[in-house]
Design a protein around this ligand. Structure first.
Ligand code: KE4
Length: 425
């Protein structure tokens, strides 16, 4: 039953393009109407029709402590007593920046209001620092919607990028080079034929489903950037504080020159950030010539929420636990598909999990897009009907929070088995 969601969606479509404020929420990849969420708590979301779901979207990653975390809520309510926005320096932004510097190894960070803004700013900074224009990105990686990232691989001999959205000028796209994930030779060839400012990568790709870097791949990119004088940008908007306190840099022991953050660092509030060593970050205005600004950057409420969240994440034990939960869920899903004789595969790192249907392995976008999205849509709907809220697209991740219990995982696996048996029959 979701009559109220349907009614809200009708209203929403009259005033919001597609009835949503971000495309994936419209359920177009899985069919049906999106659920309108009324409230959340712990590992649960509750829709406006009173239905309860075990949530594996977690607002696309930020809610790693679980929804409505008491300390984060209290920090927001307390900060709100002092005003919602100052447009001026405040203690909260310094505390969050200090905590990020302590945990990530970045020497300085700049706060912005979204992951997109963090990436846009980081690319401008890399271009200024190297005095070059070309950017290398990877097919299937998503870095927000700044023009130079909405670019797909050129066709045929063209190595320069083509616009991947109307409104992106050819001239902008041409400065973005697109390579397959997990293919170092391709990147080396681009370096040999172009003056590259930077390479930007999701160190674990989580926007084509979850695709892990092959052994030595990230280190190989580090070496190529050093050899050709380019900057390595890790887009850790998903992996930052998800894979561990030090994110992917620590997990894979590869240091990037600039790192972008978002999601978890805001505790559920709109926050992005980019950071790196002082030599690079000192180029950012007003300490340096690279302009970047924002009315609500460092907003005290958002900073208070982010700090309250990161304070609770300063513990390796928590990440060990999250990893065990990820392994339990991933192995469970994989076993079910195998027992049912399905062609499927599961990727998992820490509390990031993805089950692909229709393919038995994945290494890049070419392989990922071979997945059976129609089957995923059926699976999504059956899981939703049984009270499990997955991402409404095969090409996203399942996120686990510290509020998810072993029972939540067991129930999810039971529902997954029922759903897949139902689809198979
Ligand atoms: P935002 O501008 O949405 O805060 O961040 C953009 C972004 C940048 N980099 C990575 C690796 C990201 O995953 C994202 C945003 N992630 C998507 C979901 N995969 C957000 C959900 C949405 O677009 O509605």
């Amino acid at each position: 039953m979701n009559d109220k969601s349907k009614a809200f969606f009708l209203r929403a479509q009259a005033v919001l393009p597609g009835g949503v404020n971000s495309p994936v929420r419209a359920f177009r990849a899985v069919g049906g109407n999106p659920l309108f969420i009324e409230k959340t708590n712990g590992s649960r979301v509750y829709d406006v029709d009173g239905n309860e779901y075990i949530d594996y979207v977690l607002s696309w990653g930020p809610m790693i402590l679980g929804h409505n975390n008491p300390a984060v809520r209290e920090a927001v309510l307390d900060a709100a007593q002092r005003g919602l926005s100052f447009g001026a320096p405040n203690e909260y932004e310094v505390k969050l920046a200090e905590k990020m510097v302590e945990l990530t190894g970045c020497e300085m960070v700049r706060m912005v209001n979204s992951g997109t803004e963090a990436v846009m700013s980081a690319l401008r900074l890399a271009r200024a620092f190297t005095q070059r224009n070309k950017i290398i990105k990877f097919e299937g990686c998503y870095h927000g919607h700044t023009d130079s990232m909405l670019v797909k691989a050129g066709s045929g001999a063209m190595t320069f990028g083509q616009p991947d959205s109307p409104g992106v000028p050819d001239a902008v796209a041409a400065d973005t080079l697109v390579a397959p994930y997990n293919n170092l030779e391709f990147v080396e060839d681009l370096f040999k034929n172009n003056d590259v400012a930077c390479v930007i990568i999701e160190p674990v790709a989580a926007n084509m489903g979850v695709v892990l870097p092959e052994e030595g791949y990230l280190n190989g990119l580090r070496k190529l950037c050093d050899e050709y004088g380019a900057l390595l940008i890790f887009d850790e908007i998903i992996t930052g504080f998800r894979l561990g306190k030090g994110g992917a840099q620590e997990y894979f022991n590869v240091k990037a020159d600039i790192v972008t953050y978002g999601k978890i660092i805001g505790g559920g509030m709109p926050v992005g950030a980019y950071g790196g060593r002082k030599e690079i970050m000192s180029y950012v205005s007003p300490s340096g010539p690279v302009y970047q600004a924002g009315t609500l950057s460092g907003n005290p409420i958002a900073m208070a929420a982010g700090f309250a969240q990161l304070e609770q994440l300063d513990s390796d034990e928590l990440y060990t636990h999250l990893g065990k939960m990820g392994e339990k869920l991933g192995a469970g899903l994989d076993n079910i598909a195998k027992e049912l004789g399905m062609i499927a595969c599961v990727t998992q790192v820490g509390s990031l999990v993805c089950q692909f249907f229709g393919i038995d392995s994945v290494k890049d976008y070419e392989t990922a897009r071979g997945a059976d999205t129609a089957l995923y849509a059926q699976y999504f709907q059956k899981m939703l009907a049984s009270g499990v809220y997955l991402a409404p697209s095969q090409f996203e991740a399942m996120f686990i929070s510290l509020a998810h219990s072993e029972t939540d995982i067991d129930v999810t696996l039971e529902k997954a088995r029922e759903a897949l048996v139902g689809i198979r029959s």
